[in-house]
Write a protein of this length. Structure first.
Length: 278
C-alpha cells in the first residue's frame, strides 16, 4: 500500500491511569448479560492525557520482537475472511490461529480462551469500540487464573511449573487499520510500578487487568496501515520474569493524525491465547 512508510513518527494524545485518590482498590464493573449489550462502571474518574510521539516501524519491523519489546509483527493471510459469526470464527479461525501461534513462537501447546471483534463506530458507546486507554489485559494473578479456568484441573500443577505466556493475536478486518490503529509500548521503557492492578468484575466472574500510569520515558511504536494480511502478537504476560525478556506490553488504540480523510472505520479481531512451552 503506497505511502505506508511515511510519516516516521506521529504525535497524538494517549490516556493514562491515575489510581483512586481515596486509596480504594480500583475496579471496573461490567454490567449486563453475557450475550447482550454491556455497560461499564468504574470507581476512578481520574485520567491523564499526554501528548506522545509514536514511532512508525513500517520498514523496520525487525527492531521489535516478543522477547525484546513485548510485541512483534508478521505477514499472514487468514483462510477465514468474514469474521461475522462467533461459531464460524471458533470453527475456522481458531484452529489456523493455534497453528500460526505455535509456528511463530515455537510453543508446544496453545489454548485460545477468548476473542473480541472491535468496530470503530463514532458516536456510539459500545464496549467493543477500540480501547482508548493504556492498559495490559492480564496481571500475573489473572494469567494464572486463566490457566485454572481453561485447562483440566489435573494438568494445571505441572503446566504452571513450566514457562507460559498470555499472547493476543491482533488482525485488521476487511481494510487496513489506518483509522484508530493500535500502538504498543516498548517493555524496556516501562518502569516498576507503572502498571497498576485493576479489578475487572463481571456478573459471572472477576478478572484483573493492569492500567498504566504515565512515564515520560515510555517509548511507543506502531505499524502504520496494518492490513488484514498482517498480524501483531502482543504479549500480555510471561511467567519468565528474571529480567531476560519482556513480561508484558502496554497498548492502546489511538487517533492517528495522519489518517487520510474518508478512511473506513477500523475493524479488527483479537484472539487471546495461553501459550505453553515444554
Amino acid at each position: 500500500m503506497p505511502g505506508l512508510t511515511s510519516p516516521a513518527t506521529v504525535t497524538t494524545t494517549l490516556t493514562y491511569f491515575t489510581p483512586p485518590t481515596d486509596g480504594e482498590r480500583a475496579y471496573q464493573k461490567i454490567l449486563g448479560p453475557v450475550d447482550g449489550e454491556r455497560s461499564l462502571v468504574k470507581n476512578w474518574d481520574s485520567e491523564e492525557r499526554h501528548n506522545i510521539t509514536i514511532e512508525n516501524v513500517r520498514g523496520r519491523e525487525d527492531t521489535v520482537s516478543l522477547d525484546k519489546t513485548g510485541f512483534q509483527y508478521f505477514q499472514h493471510t487468514s483462510k477465514h475472511k468474514s469474521f461475522t459469526s462467533d461459531e464460524e470464527i471458533k470453527a475456522e479461525y481458531y484452529p489456523e490461529s493455534i497453528e500460526l501461534i505455535k509456528k511463530l513462537t515455537g510453543a508446544s501447546r496453545v489454548v485460545l480462551f477468548d476473542h473480541t471483534i472491535r468496530r470503530h463506530r463514532p458516536g456510539t458507546k459500545s464496549l467493543n469500540q477500540p480501547v482508548s486507554q493504556v492498559h495490559v489485559d492480564q496481571t500475573n494473578k489473572a494469567a494464572i487464573n486463566q490457566v485454572h479456568r481453561n485447562l483440566p484441573a489435573e494438568e494445571v500443577p505441572e503446566l504452571l511449573k513450566k514457562r507460559f505466556q498470555i499472547i493476543n493475536l491482533w488482525r485488521p478486518i476487511g481494510t487496513p487499520a489506518l483509522d484508530w490503529p493500535l500502538t504498543m509500548c516498548d517493555y524496556r521503557s516501562v518502569a516498576p510500578g507503572d502498571a497498576v492492578p485493576v479489578a475487572l468484575i463481571y456478573p459471572e466472574r472477576e478478572g484483573e487487568t493492569f492500567m498504566v500510569k504515565y512515564n515520560e520515558n515510555h517509548k511507543w511504536k506502531y505499524l502504520r496501515g496494518m492490513t488484514p494480511d498482517e498480524v501483531a502478537l502482543i504479549k500480555c504476560f510471561d511467567s519468565l520474569q528474571d529480567g531476560s525478556v519482556a513480561v508484558f506490553t502496554p497498548h492502546t488504540g489511538f487517533k492517528d493524525p495522519s489518517t487520510p480523510e474518508g478512511t473506513p472505520p477500523r475493524e479488527s479481531i483479537e484472539l487471546r491465547s495461553i501459550v505453553f512451552y515444554d
